[in-house]
Design a protein around this ligand. Structure first.
Ligand code: NAD
Length: 403
């Protein structure tokens, strides 16, 4: 593989932290000559160590042939200035999620890169459009939302803005396909497809926990029992509570729905610096391979509503998927690909088929009645499916129509 992909071109990555180091590795594994940029030499050394560990692990697991890790590593050079990226065809920005910082990095890239270069951001929660609009040529700016760890996760969301050119989009999708990634196309909307569905569901789970409707174990076990690969509170710790709160804030800003206000407990944990696995503590405490309930985040018990789980958490998430399809933001296939490849979760439209539109509508109506929250109003498409002569067949037809 190393030889056949040699000579793909020159790419740059700005910010070689968790995501940037992974993206640099992905590009190098695809044959690209990669220049990684950090501000401080110590950060470059950390990134080099990270890529060394990751490629060695890939070799030990047979994901890279023996000796290929060294070939991949040789394709990556490490620099402290953005000027070193002159001549790159593609640059991916992966600095922390701070609007001012990203804008200043984009301004430098805009000045340094040639007119044909593609400028991509890995942002999870900022407006790609606003970043694009701050450059001299927004038509070449695109979002590429990789998942963590980038060398392992197969999915990338490709975000186009109202200013992105078709040529840029085609080029990026072609490059990502060459790297072995599956892409889904998203317009620039808060959360894109995957987080747009996932994060509301996670916030609802945190809210249930905070209200004392179930213990951590009950909530997580109920959703695992319903086919989710992990419970929502454990998943929150994995995603990072700060990342979740950032995405929620953008979703709330864009959609104005109260259910996207971060659960107060989530905000408190973030303020306390308890961000989940990466800090060793969130909803759970992580000590090596041992996971235990974290102290200090136990809400006062209320009458348990664990029996209503998992439908009370799953159905609003499926309702959101139908809303996305109804407003033509995503097709059922896009949603299914996003959630199954991005989060290893069951395909939402399979879950909806298993439950049936009639049952889903009944649950959603109940949630809406209880919360009086407009965001929980049953999706028009859900009402239409449930009202069809044969709801299951109507759902099947909806999925087939978008293939
Ligand atoms: P991180 O903090 O691990 O890495 C950021 C890196 O950028 C650090 O190494 C830092 O030293 C470097 N940096 C800071 N300022 C810089 C500058 N001026 N020039 C060059 N380098 C600079 O963050 P991360 O988790 O890798 O996130 C990076 C981006 O990816 C964010 O936009 C985040 O929202 C997004 N993202 C993160 C994840 C995830 O799971 N961590 C997933 C998808 C997308």
């Amino acid at each position: 593989m190393a030889d056949s992909t040699e000579g793909a071109g020159r790419a740059g990555v700005v910010g070689l932290g968790t995501m940037g180091a992974g993206i640099a590795e992905v590009l190098a594994r695809g044959g690209w000559s990669v220049t990684g940029v950090e501000e401080q030499p110590e950060a470059l050394a950390r990134a080099e160590g990270r890529i060394q560990t990751s490629t060695a692990y890939a070799e030990s697991r047979g994901k890279l042939a023996e000796g290929e890790g060294a070939v991949v590593r040789q394709r990556i050079s490490y620099r402290t200035g953005i000027d070193a990226l002159a001549g790159c065809e593609l640059v991916v920005e992966a600095v922390p999620e701070l609007p001012e910082l990203k804008r200043s990095v984009f301004a430098r890239l805009d000045a340094v890169l040639g007119p044909d270069a593609v400028l991509a951001t890995n942002t999870s929660s900022l407006s790609v459009t606003a970043l694009a609009a701050s450059t001299s040529d927004p038509s070449r700016v695109v979002g590429v939302h990789f998942f963590n760890p980038a060398p392992v996760q197969p999915l990338v969301e490709v975000i186009s803005t109202v200013l992105t050119s078709t040529g840029t989009l085609e080029r990026v999708r072609e490059i990502l396909a060459g790297l072995g990634k599956t892409t889904i196309a998203c317009a620039d909307r808060a959360g894109f497809v995957v987080n747009g569905l996932l994060i509301g569901y996670l916030n609802a789970a945190a809210t249930w926990y905070e209200r004392g409707y179930g213990t951590r174990a009950e909530i997580d076990a109920a959703l695992v029992g319903a086919g989710m690969p992990m419970g929502p509170l454990a998943l929150l710790d994995l995603v990072g509570l700060d990342v979740t709160v950032n995405v929620l804030q953008r979703m709330y800003g864009q959609f104005g729905e109260r259910r996207f206000l971060p659960a107060p407990l989530l905000s408190s944990l973030v303020e306390a610096g308890l961000l989940g696995r990466k800090t060793g503590r969130g909803f759970y405490t992580y000590d090596g391979s041992t996971t235990t309930d974290a102290p200090g985040v136990v809400p006062p018990p209320a009458a348990s509503r664990a029996a209503e789980l998992p439908e009370a958490l799953l159905v609003p998430y499926l309702n959101d998927a139908l809303t996305m399809v109804g407003v033509r933001y995503a097709s059922p296939a896009t949603v299914d690909t996003g959630m199954s490849l991005g989060c290893r979760m069951p395909r939402p439209f399979d879950q909806l088929a298993a439950l049936g539109p009639v049952r889903a509508l009944a649950v959603q109506q109940q949630v809406f009645a209880e919360t009086a929250e407009p965001g929980y109003r049953p999706a028009r498409l859900l009402e239409q499916l449930a009202a069809a002569a044969d709801p299951d067949l109507a759902l099947h037809a909806l999925r087939a129509a978008h293939l």
